[in-house]
Design a protein around this ligand. Structure first.
Ligand code: BG6
Length: 275
C-alpha cells in the first residue's frame, strides 16, 4: 500500500510538488506541467525501502560509515526510511518533522542522540525550495552529514552537462582516487560517482531542452551519481535503461562532519529552478 503523500501547488504558476511522508521524499516536481524529477518505475512507495528517485534526504550519514557513532547505521542513514509527521501545511508550503520518537527501535539504538529535524518544502515562482533544519535537542554534542539526494529527469544522459564544477577537487568513488576537475562541464559516459568538495553555490544542469539551476546554502559539496548499466542489478531501478534518463546531482554537507552542540541548530537548503 502506498504511504501517505500529498501535494503543494504554487498558486501563481501552477507548479506542483508531491511529497511522501515516508522518507520526507519529494517524489514529483512539475514546473509548468513538466516533470523535473526522475522516479524509478520500480520505486517502492510502500515504506519497505528508501524511494528510488525524487529527493530522499540523507541524514545523519552519507554512504556507509566504517567507524564512529554512525557505523551501525545503514547506507545514507535513517531519514529517508522513517515516517515523518506533517506539522504545517498550506497551499504552497509544507513542513515535516522527525524526532527520535518517530524512529524504529532499531534506528534509535543505532544512533541514540536526541535531535529534531524540520524539513520545509515550498513551491514558488523561484522554483522548488527544500530546507532542512537540524537541531540538537539533547545534552550531548553530535556530528552528522546530510544531503538532498536529487534525481533529475533528463531526456538523454549523453546530452546532459553539469556546469560549475571546474576547479574543484573531487573524490571519485568508482576509481577511489582524488582529482581536480579541469573540464568546464561534466558529461557522464560511464558509471559516475563523484563527491565534489566545497563547490561554489550554484551549479547548472544543461539537459538539452531544459536548463536547471541548483542553488545551495550550507550544503557545500556536490555529489554526481549515475549508476549506468549497473542499474540493471538494482531491484528497484526501472526501466532497465533508465540510467539514460536520470542524473543525480546531490547537494550535501558530506566531505566532513557538521558538529552541533546541545541546543544548537543549523539550516541546510537548496532551490531548484528551471532557467
Ligand atoms: C549516491 C552515492 O549518493 O547514492 C552512491 O554516492 C550510491 O555511492 C547512490 O550508490 C545510491 O545509493 P542507494 O543507497 O540509494 O542505492
Amino acid at each position: 500500500m502506498e504511504m501517505k503523500a500529498f501535494s503543494i501547488t504554487d498558486q501563481k504558476t501552477g507548479s506542483t510538488a508531491r511529497i511522501s511522508c515516508y522518507g520526507a521524499t519529494v517524489i514529483s516536481y512539475k514546473q509548468r506541467g513538466r516533470e523535473i524529477l526522475f522516479l524509478s518505475t520500480k520505486a517502492k512507495l510502500d515504506g519497505t525501502k528508501a524511494i528510488r528517485g525524487g529527493i530522499p534526504p540523507v541524514f545523519p550519514v552519507f554512504g556507509k560509515a566504517t567507524d564512529g557513532p554512525c557505523k551501525e547505521l545503514p547506507q545514507h542513514g535513517f531519514a529517508r526510511t522513517s515516517m515523518w509527521r506533517v506539522i504545517k501545511q498550506d497551499l504552497e508550503t509544507a513542513t515535516l518533522e522527525l524526532t527520535p520518537n518517530d524512529l524504529s527501535e532499531e534506528a534509535r539504538q543505532q544512533w541514540s542522540y536526541d535531535f529534531k529535524l524540520q524539513y520545509t518544502v515550498s513551491v514558488s515562482t523561484d522554483g522548488l525550495h527544500c530546507s532542512l533544519a537540524v537541531e540538537n535537542a539533547g545534552s550531548m554534542p553530535f556530528e552528522y552529514q546530510t544531503l538532498l539526494h536529487t534525481y533529475f529527469r533528463v531526456e538523454d544522459i549523453a546530452a546532459t552537462r553539469v556546469i560549475g564544477l571546474k576547479g574543484h577537487s573531487f573524490k571519485d568513488k568508482v576509481t577511489s582516487k582524488t582529482a581536480q576537475a579541469t573540464d568546464e562541464e561534466l558529461v557522464c559516459e560511464s558509471e559516475t560517482d563523484r563527491v565534489y568538495i566545497d563547490v561554489q553555490p550554484d551549479v547548472q544542469i544543461d539537459a538539452g531542452s531544459i536548463d536547471i539551476k541548483l542553488q545551495r546554502a550550507n550544503l557545500n559539496d556536490v555529489v554526481v551519481w549515475n549508476p549506468w548499466i549497473g542499474c540493471k542489478n538494482m531491484g528497484d531501478f526501472g526501466p532497465e535503461d533508465g540510467y539514460k534518463n536520470m542524473i543525480c546531482v546531490e547537494a550535501g554537507a558530506v566531505s566532513g562532519w557538521q558538529s552541533l552542540a546541545p541546543g544548537a541548530s543549523k539550516q541546510h537548503s537548496q532551490t531548484i529552478s528551471v532557467v
